[in-house]
Design a protein around this ligand. Structure first.
Ligand code: ATP
Ligand code: MG
Length: 422
């Protein structure tokens, strides 16, 4: 990566000890990458004296830009200003402008200003205060040798507002010739395990020319291949990302279910709407997870008339017309029952597609023939055929089996929409 490099420092005992989560760094990292600055590291330090100073001194040796959050408050343990001055080797001076703003903030809220607040009006020689319109603590911008340093408050809303209004414009201006915008591509895959997918694209993941990174993340068996590409311009980054995606795609085959950042249910609802088609669900082992995922999406009423949670055999027969004879002969977790659920629910709701899901979520209830994780699916197309298929889902946990089955069912509808067949 040729562009400007950054690191992020988060300050606070609560972050270090796990009683609060450092969300500031994740947010800042995304914003900096969007601006075209490459973030190479986060550091979290506690409030003890010297911890921030040493982290700041180290980072300033490595990168062009540092953003810190926290430690700007009025109390003795808020040392960001003091320690930044120490790293720069300069004195702190009292800034009357900052003091006036702090005073105005307190006055507007009818609160009493204390002597402690004077601490917040101190500024290292050569530094500039960053205005805080959202709270009392002014931030700080200064140069540490060749490194530009910004100190922002820990309170997330204050930090964000100040970053957008003051830091981002300054970064754009100072680093205008060294920004390297990043673009992303996401390829969503269902079928292989994470390890198997990793092996399939291992050469592309380790083929680090520095401008393109390929990684895999997993969520209940739904895998995302994430491509991040840098360029001098967005067009160049786009071209690199497209090239990488073209190399990944053939390795995924029909297991590539869709592309983009959207989650599966949101993509499915969008595609159903685009085709003007609907789906109804008959869910046994997933207990309504598919219906829940679909109805979480705004606008789903146009494509989801309803579903049945047919958990008992009684319900399968009474509510969806499954044959008692077939049910007794084949068992509830079977091809024939999955198919009848799909047909029954499509008819009952007058939907274009009917989905049937029946399986053994565990931890109990498995047998040698039908171990935990066995799930049968049925997909019926009104006026067309019915497809049934089985998955042996890894019995990692009850929730894994159920969520994975819900993804499988949704992906099947997507693929039927694409092929025009079930
Ligand atoms: P400030 O510079 O705003 O005075 P501070 O360190 O003095 O920062 P704290 O009182 O420690 O402020 O934190 C204020 C609030 O912001 C707390 O609720 C804290 O959990 C939250 N906070 C601080 N740092 C982070 C962070 N990195 N990510 C998310 N929340 C944070
Ligand atoms: Mg703090």
């Amino acid at each position: 990566v040729t562009g400007a490099k950054a690191e992020i420092l988060a300050i606070g005992d609560e972050l270090l000890h796990g009683s609060a989560i450092d969300t500031n760094s994740a947010w800042l990292s995304q914003r900096l990458e969007e601006l075209g600055v490459h973030v190479g590291r986060f550091t979290v330090v506690g409030d003890e004296p010297g911890a921030f100073e040493s982290a700041l001194r180290d980072a300033a040796q490595r990168v062009d830009l540092i953003v810190s959050t926290g430690g700007l408050g009025p109390t003795e343990d808020d040392r960001t200003r003091h320690e930044a001055a120490a790293v720069a080797g300069v004195e702190l001076v009292f800034d009357p402008g900052s003091w006036a703003s702090i005073g105005a903030w307190f006055e507007a809220r009818g609160r009493a200003l204390t002597e402690d607040n004077r601490r917040q009006a101190l500024i290292p020689v050569g530094g500039a205060p960053l205005r805080n319109d959202f709270g009392t603590a002014p931030g700080l911008a200064m140069d540490l040798g060749g490194c530009r340093f910004y100190a922002l408050p820990g309170v997330p809303s204050e930090m964000r507002g100040m970053f957008e209004e003051q830091v981002a414009p300054d970064v754009r201006e100072r680093f205008s010739d060294r920004l390297s915008p990043v673009v992303h591509r996401t390829l969503n895959v269902l079928g292989p395990t994470e390890a198997a997918l990793g092996a399939r694209i291992a050469d592309l993941m380790s083929d680090l020319d520095g401008d393109v990174r390929v990684g895999v993340t997993a969520h209940f068996g739904l895998l995302r291949v994430r491509i991040a590409a840098h360029g001098v311009t967005v067009a160049e980054a786009d071209a690199r990302a497209d090239l990488a995606a073209d190399r990944v795609r053939p390795r995924l085959g029909h297991e590539l279910i869709y592309e983009g950042d959207q989650d599966l249910a949101s993509h499915l609802v969008q595609e159903l709407r685009r085709h003007g088609l609907s789906v109804a669900t008959a869910e046994s082992c997933t207990g309504g997870l598919v219906a829940r995922a679909l109805t979480d999406q705004p606008g789903s009423s146009a494509v989801f008339p309803g579903g049945v949670i047919c958990y008992s055999n009684d319900s399968k027969v009474r509510d969806l017309g499954v044959s008692t004879t077939d049910l007794e002969r084949e068992g509830a977790v079977s091809a024939v029952v999955a198919g009848q659920l799909a047909q029954g629910v499509a008819g009952r709701f007058g939907a274009a597609f009917g989905l049937g899901i029946t399986g053994i979520a565990g931890p109990d209830g498995g047998s040698a023939e039908k171990p935990v994780g066995t799930v049968w699916f049925g997909l019926h197309r009104a006026g067309g055929g019915t497809r049934v298929w089985e998955r042996r889902i890894a019995p990692i946990s009850r929730s894994f089996v159920r969520e994975r089955a819900s993804f499988e069912a949704q992906a099947a509808v997507l693929s039927a929409l694409r092929s025009g067949d079930v």
